[in-house]
Write a protein that binds this ligand. Structure first.
Ligand code: NAD
Length: 361
């Protein structure tokens, strides 16, 4: 029987609750597809700090690196906010990204027909949205040197460095082109080439890479215009590739098109093991109350099946099961609408898992 090794890192807050539901879906998929998911759990984030004094141990990083894929819940919470930055739960996330060399973050944004009313935008603007933001994850101002705050001529000045090498741009551009090739064959590269030389290079290199992908239509847009177009006419976008800083902002903006953080999955890819996680955080305000929406975690698991385990058919069926449960009128509190039935985290997970079972029967 085919066996896949999965590192399961539930983390803090609602992380363990939503991970539990993803586990139910994986159990059903394993049984019906006759594969084995060998799952190893590890502590990360605040709970790892409480147990080991660090948000990410070498042992967990090594276990993750040796797996076929990593599933991550969420990290952090008010309890750990007073800690020094070097041991804050968020460092665990950066440690995983750096340790696994995850340089590409993929965030699909898709609007479910049954949830159109949950969006703050008008239905005619968001109906049919199906886009992916590919964000570079290991470069840019977040990592560039020099950085810091220093005193010069009697006043404090803050410095960060926007920096990209050709190699970094080329490898993320390729991820964008490859993805566009599997979709509607349109790639938009977002930069600020009119004023930032770093992103002028970004545009030049992306255009060069495009010569290897004549079947993909490449276009360019300035980030300020893109931020505006995402609200004005999001249906025009298919795959968007952009820098770490611009991607951070644009992907949060795009996620709100759908109305709830609890619905959106993400994948982070590198040379080897990829990591899959919901875009939301640990939601301490609702943790432990059976209120969390597990769909983002379940859809992240579907992305893992498709992108890391070669199980695209099963991934499609998991996504279909989510659509059908929503269509049948079941909602967690964050996406409740008049006339629907509000269920808790566990019941939502049970219903989706049961639906996956029915679709795979
Ligand atoms: P958050 O995403 O945790 O929560 C924002 C709001 O959305 C809250 O009201 C929350 O209840 C709601 N929400 C989030 N996910 C939900 C779900 N699945 N179902 C229903 N409602 C949901 O963001 P925050 O409150 O800014 O951050 C809380 C903690 O999470 C912080 O410590 C932050 O650093 C951390 N965080 C972690 C990650 C990560 O691990 N990748 C990402 C973002 C924030």
């Amino acid at each position: 029987m085919k066996t896949f090794r999965i590192a399961v890192l539930p983390g803090d807050g609602i992380g363990p609750e939503v991970m539990q539901e993803a586990g139910k879906v994986l159990d059903v998929v394993a049984e019906r597809a006759a594969v084995r998911f060998e799952r190893t759990e590890g502590l990360v984030g605040g709970i790892s700090y409480d147990t080991y004094g660090t948000p990410l141990t070498d042992a967990v990083l090594q276990m993750a690196a040796q797996s076929d894929a990593v599933l991550l819940g969420a990290m952090g919470g008010p309890k750990w906010e007073p800690l020094d930055y070097s041991v804050r739960p968020e460092r665990g996330l950066l440690g995983l990204r750096a340790g696994l060399g995850l340089f590409a973050n993929l965030r699909p944004v898709r609007v479910f027909d049954d949830l159109i009313d949950a969006s703050p935008l008008r239905p005619e603007i968001i109906r049919g949205i199906d886009l992916v933001i590919v964000r570079e994850l290991t470069g840019d101002v977040y990592f560039g040197e020099p950085r810091g705050v220093r005193v010069e001529k009697g006043e404090r000045i803050g410095v960060n460095t926007m920096i990209y090498s050709e190699t970094e741009i080329r490898r993320i551009a390729k991820v964008g082109f490859e993805l566009a090739r599997k979709r509607r064959k349109k790639l938009l590269s977002v930069d600020k080439a009119n004023v930032l030389e770093t992103t002028e290079l970004w545009r030049t290199v992306t255009t060069e890479v495009g010569r290897d992908y004549p079947d993909v239509e490449l276009s360019h847009m300035y980030v300020d215009n893109c931020a505006m177009q995402l609200i004005r006419n999001p249906g025009q976008f298919d795959v968007i590739v952009t820098t770490n800083l611009f991607g951070d902002i644009l992907s949060d903006e795009a996620s709100m098109l759908t109305g709830s953080m609890g619905m959106l999955p993400s994948a982070s890819q590198g040379e080897k093991t990829a990591m899959y996680e919901p875009i939301h955080g640990s939601a301490p305000d609702i943790a432990g109350k059976n209120l969390a929406n597990p769909i983002a975690m379940i859809l992240s698991t579907a992305m893992m099946l498709r992108l890391s385990l070669g199980m695209a058919t099963e991934a499609d069926l998991v996504e279909k099961a989510v659509r059908e449960v929503l269509k049948a009128g079941f909602r967690t509190g964050d996406i409740r609408q008049p006339g629907t039935t509000v269920v808790g985290t566990a019941e939502m997970g049970d219903r989706i898992a049961r639906q996956v079972g029915a679709l795979m029967a």
